[in-house]
Design a protein around this ligand. Structure first.
Ligand code: NAP
Length: 317
């Protein structure tokens, strides 16, 4: 295939779609490639109340559908294909899927990150129905209810504290003893002082139960092997189970090519430039602190504008 795109965006979550939109608006010949379905993590979110301009019924899927429509309206092409290998070092970047070869003057990597799952029975079925991986997105649904948080890192403890704004009680279940908590001392200490928080150490999830909505969680104490069940208060009907056991960046295919931090996130500067000229990064796969839809779309816009400037300077001079 001899066609050379101005820009290929890999990944069609909010970061990739924002990049595609900005590129198409700037009259770039842009292709967005997505291996699964458009939307990324946001499509597992019931309500996106924290994205500016999103209205009451703005669910993850409807917000993504609008982003896709807007992209296409301005001429961005979106195709379903999975990139498996590439040559990014030459001026014209080559991206290969199992069946196709794509060429582009610039590339934006927006492949995202996914929350690590526990893979406990029932977890998948009840995701979005009581089980959540995003406190900012879903915490408000559990006003005055009980919430269980899983994990012992900074994210779990900080998000547990955030969730006390809504919940009447937040339990933090950590698989090891108190002395192994990874969270920073200052963060831990604030959590210990918080009267709404109760820790459950040496505790792992065995099963997540509920008929269409989360009703109970079965735990095992790893020291005694004793099983016990936390059941939602009858009046509440449900409770929250928030899982924060780390994230997995979707960056394996770029290993050895793009510079990454120790956790496998791609390093980009404030212009979203990577270590390879003409290759930019945007969204949750980028090494950074805050991962939200609004920060992903912001990255995408910046990466796209910088890619346009790069292509103009390099190829149109
Ligand atoms: P993390 O530091 O990797 O912690 C993950 C936690 O989940 C650990 O407590 C781990 O337990 C537990 N875990 C992992 N797999 C599990 C499983 N299958 N079942 C049960 N528990 C499991 O992840 P994170 O908290 O998301 O933090 C990621 C990075 O962002 C860290 O570098 C962190 O410092 C940083 N961060 C910083 C801030 C801040 O500075 N304010 C805020 C958030 C995040 P073990 O301890 O037993 O391994």
């Amino acid at each position: 295939m001899d066609k050379v795109y101005d820009l290929i965006v890999i990944g069609a979550g909010p970061g990739g779609l924002a990049a595609g939109l900005y590129a198409a608006r700037a009259s770039m010949d842009v292709l967005i490639l997505e291996k699964a379905k458009t939307g990324g993590q946001i499509v597992i979110t019931d309500e996106v109340a924290n994205y500016p301009g999103s209205i009451e019924d703005a669910t993850g899927p409807t917000l993504v559908a609008r982003m896709v429509e807007q992209c296409k309206e301005f001429g961005a092409k979106i195709e379903s294909d999975e990139i498996v290998s590439m040559d990014l070092d030459s001026d014209i970047k080559i991206l290969n899927s199992n069946n196709n070869t794509y060429k582009a003057k610039s590339v934006i990597v927006a492949t995202g990150a996914s929350p690590r799952k526990l893979n406990a029975p029932g977890e998948k079925e009840l995701t979005g129905k009581g089980v959540s991986y995003c406190a900012t997105c879903d915490g408000a649904f559990f006003e005055d209810m009980e919430i269980i948080v899983i994990g012992g890192g900074d994210t779990a403890i900080e998000e547990a504290m955030f969730l006390t704004k809504f919940a009447r009680k937040v339990y933090i279940a950590y698989r090891k003893g108190e002395e192994y908590l990874r969270a920073a001392k200052s963060i831990k200490e604030r959590a210990f002082r918080n009267k709404k928080i109760e820790f459950m150490f040496n505790t792992v999830v065995e099963e997540v139960k509920g008929d269409g909505i989360l009703e109970s969680v079965v735990f095992k104490n790893t020291q005694t092997n004793e099983l016990f069940e936390k059941v939602a208060d009858e009046e509440d009907g449900t409770m929250g189970l928030f899982i924060f056991v780390g994230y997995i960046p979707q960056t394996d295919i770029f290993k050895g090519k793009l510079d990454m931090d120790d956790s496998g996130y791609i390093i980009g500067d404030e212009d979203m430039k990577t270590n390879i000229e003409g290759v930019f990064v945007a969204g949750d796969c980028r090494s950074k602190k805050i991962r939200q839809v609004v920060t992903a779309t912001s990255d995408g816009a910046i990466a796209s504008i910088m890619a346009e400037k790069y292509v103009d300077a390099k190829f149109e001079a």
